[in-house]
Design a protein around this ligand. Structure first.
Ligand code: ARG
Length: 381
């Protein structure tokens, strides 16, 4: 359906690059480093759905639908703060389907400026991003090893410009002893390092506050680090240093509970769709969510988180279709609802159907004009 008039006049865009991160010195040691997150590739839309860009030139991750976890060094202090814009749901910061929220309050870990350290802060958004993807935190050291994925819109070369498109890269764990030999004042209790001995791949200025992640035993993303600091970017023998989430997660959870105002991530096993599915004009699209290993029937309060990007959401009828074909209506069409996107969490009583099998989030476009895509569907059993 076509809009009568343009509804949103360009809200403040997050132009790449802020003065604070505009420049950095070349490598003092005159060494070589591979220019090019550095050494990364572009992330796909929906690949890291909980990723957030913050307007001061940092990254962050959705911890609840109203709290963003970032680095302490990205914020000035604790207190009311309406100056930060968070951008969610896009890899392209100039995309018209981005979702933005202003901050309302910032909590900066008071221990950060002490010898205890801990480079983390929580930003409370003025209103929740209902249905937002959230990133669980590592609560033990079980995942503090292996290969990590880092993500951000920061510089792609040391001293380089901020990026319009989200970049990702993989970096291996570096043990504390090795890391301390590069950074003698590194705080092993609350910091974790990652990078190749030869350099070439790293986070960089503007990636701070963003998450370092890996897959947990069930194959889901889990946050193990927060981008904190490094000597230059991607230099040989200077890994990136990250706040060690496993050592900080209980303090973060306690503070998040006090800040309130957000829905904490539902507990249970989460199953997600993968990739995006185009919704053609006047067509139907389905995103599959494969559920396995759950005994018996689905819950009576099955949580269904939907992220559909569309330029006229009133065009859409959205159903959850169970493996046995039972359809649960999540949303009807409405010729007058011209707003963008369906980003919401629904609860359906699915206790009459078996849990295991392929569930489908189905979107039917019933009015001509306007198109979109299913970015993600997430079921919590
Ligand atoms: N402190 C930097 C920032 O504000 C992040 C530095 C990360 N550097 C590194 N070499 N891993 O964006």
């Amino acid at each position: 359906m076509r809009r009568a008039a343009l509804v949103v006049a360009g809200a403040a865009t997050l132009a790449a690059g802020t003065a604070a991160h505009a420049s950095a010195a070349p490598p003092a040691d005159g060494g070589t480093y591979t220019p090019q997150v550095v050494g990364g590739t572009q992330a796909a839309q929906g690949e890291f759905p909980w990723m957030v860009r913050l307007s001061m030139g940092c990254g962050g991750a959705m911890y609840t639908d109203q709290l963003v976890l970032t680095a302490a060094h990205c914020v000035n202090g604790t207190g009311n703060n309406t100056s930060i814009t968070a951008t969610y749901g896009v890899v392209d910061l100039q995309s018209s389907s981005k979702v933005t929220r202003q901050s309302t309050y910032v909590y900066r870990n008071p221990g950060y400026s002490t010898s205890a350290g801990g480079d983390w802060a929580l930003i409370k958004l003025a209103s929740p991003i209902s249905g937002a993807a959230t990133l669980p935190l590592a609560t033990s050291t079980a995942y503090d090893s292996g290969t990590f994925t880092v993500i951000g819109w920061g510089a792609a070369t040391e001293g380089g410009a901020q990026q319009r498109y989200l970049l990702k890269a993989q970096v291996p764990f570096v043990d504390d002893t090795t890391c301390k030999s590069s950074y003698p004042s590194m705080k092993t209790a609350v910091e974790i390092c990652a990078g190749y001995p030869q350099g070439g791949t790293d986070t960089c200025q503007g990636d701070s506050g963003g998450p370092m992640v890996r897959r947990d035993g069930a194959g889901n993303w889990i946050q193990v680090g927060i981008v904190s600091y490094g000597q230059g970017c991607a230099r040989p023998n200077y890994p990136g240093v990250y706040a060690q989430v496993s050592a900080l997660s209980s303090a973060i959870a306690t503070q998040a509970a006090q800040l309130g105002g957000g829905t904490t991530p539902p507990t249970g096993t989460v199953f997600s769709s993968s990739g995006t599915v185009t919704i053609p004009d006047l067509g139907t699209a389905s995103a599959n969510v494969v559920v396995s290993g759950i005994s018996g029937n689905a819950p009576s309060a099955l949580s269904v988180s939907v992220d559909i990007r569309h330029t006229y959401r009133g065009d859409l009828v959205v159903d959850l279709v169970a493996p046995n074909g039972t359809a649960f209506r999540l949303k009807n069409s409405s010729s007058s609802d011209s707003a963008d996107n369906v980003i919401a969490t629904y609860t359906v009583n699915a206790s009459a159907v078996a849990a295991n099998g392929t569930w489908k989030l189905r979107a039917q476009d019933v009015y001509s004009g306007d198109t979109g895509y299913i970015a993600s569907a997430k079921l919590t059993f």
